[in-house]
Design a protein around this ligand. Structure first.
Ligand SMILES: Cc1cc2nc3c(=O)[nH]c(=O)nc-3n(C[C@H](O)[C@H](O)[C@H](O)COP(=O)(O)OP(=O)(O)OC[C@H]3O[C@@H](n4cnc5c(N)ncnc54)[C@H](O)[C@@H]3O)c2cc1C
Length: 501
């Protein structure tokens, strides 16, 4: 069943509901539960989109007579990367870039890890586990399985935020963070919790470590990589409070459609079957799993494309506000819109640079250049609050004084139509636009977007440190040394110019 339809996605979700908990109760059917049904149907829309005649050639590719989602495609050339990037942007446009965990993101992760499956064999050769565990084959099979079934994944990478001054093993209970309890014939038993799975209505969860594990000893119980169905017994997703309040899409244009949810993940002695284990015990391998497989770069490439779509949405939103209220002649307004244009062009340039600098990695995968992608993922979290602020500065009170659709249709409707009209829009048109601006930047949904952009790829402070560590700064230091040490002949002392000259 490659390249699913929306109906196939919903059917699977209905018959295999993840173990979700919201507001103290289990969600038995995410396709009808008030907090998840709209996001489920929005995701279904994304699946339908890939097979719609106008998008099919851009959003899917053919392989062995079957069509697969473009985000599973293994890029072999720079043109492949361009094609994949265009698909990422088209898909991101669907939610104005607000759907962080559109399936594309994790698909690229599984693709890159599947292609780099040899990396996972090193666990056996390093002696971390007994022989006969073919983790490389498991990883490769997992890619094939996810691609063949066009599955949707979530992931959770970090340990609970209980005490950041201690390692997981130094906590009062060593299973606050998820760790290995024991091995059995069937697989590995894991216990504890992981943060933070965006889109818990996914079909599968992928567990890889992202933050460096620093435990003593060479066999850490916290070093694990595996994939599981989200309805696995003993696996629970405790969701945050929903932002989809069941309001009309005109009133809540984003939160009523794209509240992808976030959950913390509880492993209550969960069995991970051996065929689903990709690595274990080996801290070095675990810590480098993203970088050495280049999965991080394929994911960052999806992200830069998604952020281009999102920044384009900010530009469209800002300019629509300006045109609607007729503020475009003020220089400071033009300057603010120009700031968004600069951000958009910087992101586009980084995307192009990532493709132009791409090279085949040791696994034969065309891998976008690291420098521009690292720049993008450090730059965007820093600039994003400013994009929010610009929308709020341009929209001002219009972003809060927004009677609802019901108000407009109620007894004061005529006053609303008169006083809340705009230079270039009816009250209805204006309110729809400002509601979008509010949901993008100010509602609970918008505030969560702000936090998401700061943190979803990791702690911005540690990301900056990582960039500092890996970036080759030495040529630039040498350049300064060479400049300072150059043998410059003494400059001739300028002679005063006489009036006769
Ligand atoms: C909306 C949202 C969605 C998310 N979705 C996902 C997801 O789908 N999958 C996923 O795996 N994760 C997800 N995350 C989690 C994300 O990976 C983490 O937020 C991020 O890695 C930071 O970890 P933390 O939140 O535990 O913060 P902490 O690590 O607890 O950091 C808290 C503060 O302490 C500082 N600090 C802590 N430790 C150190 C250190 N060693 N060195 C320097 N400073 C330190 C940090 O700089 C920060 O200021 C999401 C986060 C958000 C907000």
């Amino acid at each position: 069943m490659p390249a699913r339809t929306g109906k196939q996605f919903l059917d699977r979700l209905r018959h295999n509901p993840p173990n979700l908990y919201i507001d103290g109760a289990a969600v038995t059917d995410p396709t009808t539960h008030p907090a998840t049904k709209n996001i489920a149907h929005s995701l279904a829309g994304l699946y339908d989109m890939q097979l719609a005649p106008e998008f099919k050639d851009k959003l899917t590719y053919e392989d062995g007579g079957q069509r697969y989602a473009m985000s599973f495609k293994v890029p072999r050339t720079k043109d492949d990367l361009r094609q994949i990037g265009e698909a990422h942007r088209i898909r991101a446009d669907y939610s104005l870039g607000t759907l962080g965990r559109a399936p594309d993101y994790m698909n690229t992760n599984v693709m890159a890890a599947g292609m780099a499956s040899a990396y996972f064999d090193e666990c056996e050769s390093s002696g971390a586990i007994g022989s006969g565990r073919n983790f490389a084959e498991n990883m490769r099979n997992y890619y094939d399985y996810v691609r063949e079934n066009d599955l949707c994944l979530t992931h959770s990478l970090t340990n609970p935020q209980v005490n950041r001054s201690k390692q997981a093993s130094e906590m009062p209970d060593p299973y606050i963070a998820m760790g290995i309890v024991r091995e059995t014939e069937e697989g590995v038993i894991v216990r504890g919790a992981r943060m933070l799975a965006t889109l818990p209505i996914a079909d599968e969860i992928l567990i890889f470590p992202s933050t460096v594990i620093k435990e003593n000893g060479d066999k850490s119980r916290y070093a694990m990589g595996f994939g599981l169905p989200t309805n696995t017994p003993g696996l629970y997703f405790q969701c945050r409070e929903p932002f989809d309040l069941g309001r009309d899409t005109e009133d809540h244009p984003l939160s009523s459609r794209f509240d992808e949810q976030d959950a913390f993940v509880i492993f209550d002695d969960v069995l991970v079957p051996w065929e689903r284990v990709f690595l274990m015990y080996d801290m070095t391998l675990a810590n480098q799993a993203y970088s050495k497989t280049d999965a991080v770069l394929q994911m960052a490439y999806q992200v830069v494309n998604q952020k281009i779509a999102k920044t384009g949405a900010f530009l469209g939103l800002a300019q629509s506000i300006v045109q609607t209220v007729g503020s475009g002649q003020f220089q400071h307004v033009q300057q603010k819109v120009s700031e968004i244009i600069v951000t958009l062009e910087v992101m586009k340039a980084l995307q192009v640079a990532a493709v132009e600098g791409a090279a085949l990695n040791q696994y034969g995968v065309m891998t976008p250049a690291r420098g521009p992608l690292d720049a993008a993922r450090n730059y965007y979290p820093a600039i994003y609050p400013r994009l929010n602020e610009i929308i709020q500065l341009l929209g001002a009170s219009g972003i809060i004084m927004m009677p609802s659709k019901a108000d407009r249709e109620g007894p004061l409707g005529a006053f609303i139509d008169k006083h809340l009209q705009a230079a270039n829009a009816t009250a209805e048109e204006r309110l729809k636009l400002f509601r979008l601006a509010w949901d993008m930047t100010l509602s609970s949904f918008g505030a969560r977007q702000n936090l998401y952009e700061k943190h979803f790829f990791g702690d911005p402070i540690r990301m900056a440190s990582a960039l500092y560590e890996v970036y080759d700064k030495e040529p630039f230091v040498e350049r300064i040394q060479a400049f300072l040490n150059q043998d410059v002949p003494n400059q001739a002392v300028p002679q005063p110019v006489s009036a006769d000259d």
